[in-house]
Design a protein around this ligand. Structure first.
Ligand SMILES: [Zn+2]
Length: 383
């Protein structure tokens, strides 16, 4: 029995998101303690891995595990507000057990395809408390405080306070400019200023029109009896409102989607919060029937791109390699940029320690995203 072993492979990903041949990994126990390319250190026993590509574990920077039971149940191309209405109609009567079982299945399936870390956004206190016991869950748990007007917002703040007392690892977060009230924002700002926050931003086409009390988002809030006019927001630019409320000033901020951000909005964010990250969930955007027009502006901006799937309500699974394959097919983002966004860029931004990162061998795969996503056999490398 040897304490250390060297695994030698055919191909692997570099921290720049490129592929190089002849990788080696020093394995101690269940951990990979060092790696490189070319000639490995001599003093260890060697295991030659089967042909294929070794990838470090992929990061899903945005999902909602609690909605896993909705997989395959929504109608495509109905837009964001159409989705919200459909979920509200289906939600009645679903048990915690059903939600947890569906989430476990999808998390396990994603892990078997190389995704090991999840930023989960949840607005059910029971579900978020149960999530750490899901065998394949590892990551951040955000409790989303939904409620645009009283008393709902105040009730949800009280719920969040209680949850945080029992479970200090939970990160409180707002849903969006239209999903959480100014009071919720002040609460989250106070609690989470030195941590990470996740914010849905410009997913709906006319989110920017909310301060003018026009458009689909405004209409939706009126329809569900949640609209209220706030002096902080009324006729103020939506991004300036978020900035004034301190919602763009967290240690780490994940701006999810930026799907309908125009040049002026991308310029504003690039200027005011260049260190923030934006999260791309392409398959979900497509399911809702939206087409992104701002690829180049975002890719040229200083903001870091990360990859998410959003929930199984609007995406077929929580697997990042399958998300990457869908984005790669569009041909607008270089593969190395995508692979970096799902690995080292995410580890750095989310402060994921290297000792926590598993490695996966995609057997028989060629060094490109389509071939990786088509691999039938994926092995977790363990000592
Ligand atoms: Zn989301």
């Amino acid at each position: 029995m040897h304490l250390f072993e060297v695994y030698r492979g055919q191909w692997a990903l570099t921290p720049d998101g490129d592929f190089k041949p002849d990788p080696w990994y020093i394995v101690a126990g269940t951990e990979i303690v060092d790696s490189g390319f070319g000639r490995p250190p001599q003093e260890f026993t060697v295991r030659q891995l089967p042909e294929g590509v070794v990838l470090p574990g992929l990061v899903n920077s945005h999902t909602h595990c609690e909605l896993s039971w909705l997989k395959g149940r929504l109608t495509p191309h109905r837009g964001l507000m159409g989705m919200a209405r459909e979920i509200a109609a289906l939600r009645e009567g679903v048990t915690l057990q059903e939600m947890t079982r569906a989430a476990n299945d999808l998390l396990e399936a994603a892990y078997q395809r190389g995704t090991f870390f999840f930023n989960d956004i949840c607005n059910d206190p029971q579900f978020i408390a149960a999530l750490p016991s899901a065998p394949s869950f590892f990551g951040n748990r955000f409790f989303e405080i939904l409620g645009f007007s009283p008393p709902k917002d105040k009730q949800r703040i009280a719920q969040a306070k209680q949850l945080l007392e029992n479970d200090p690892n939970v990160l409180p977060t707002i849903h969006s400019a239209y999903g959480s009230s100014p009071e919720v924002m002040r609460f989250v700002r106070e609690k989470a200023r030195f941590t990470t926050m996740s914010l849905h931003l410009l997913e709906a086409p006319d989110e920017m029109s909310l301060p003018q009390e026009t458009g689909e988002v405004y209409q939706f809030l009126c329809d569900i009896g949640q609209y209220r006019r706030y002096s902080e927001l009324y006729h103020v630019n939506l991004l300036e409102y978020l900035f004034n409320m301190g919602m763009l000033s967290f240690k780490k901020l994940l701006m999810v989607h930026l799907l309908h951000a125009r040049d002026s909005e991308i310029d504003f964010l690039s200027e005011h919060v260049p260190h923030n990250a934006w999260v791309l969930c392409q398959r979900s955007n497509e399911f809702l029937g939206y087409t992104r027009q701002n690829w180049q502006a975002l890719l040229l901006s200083p903001m870091r791109m990360l990859i998410g799937t959003d929930s199984a309500a609007t995406a077929p699974d929580l697997s990042v390699i399958d998300e990457l394959a869908a984005i790669a097919r569009l041909g607008v983002v270089p593969e190395s940029t995508l692979l970096k966004a799902a690995t080292w860029s995410a580890y750095e931004y989310l402060e994921i320690r290297s000792s926590r990162i598993p490695y996966f061998l995609f057997k028989g795969a060629e060094p490109n995203i389509a071939s990786l996503a088509a691999a039938r056999e994926i092995e977790v490398l363990r000592g």
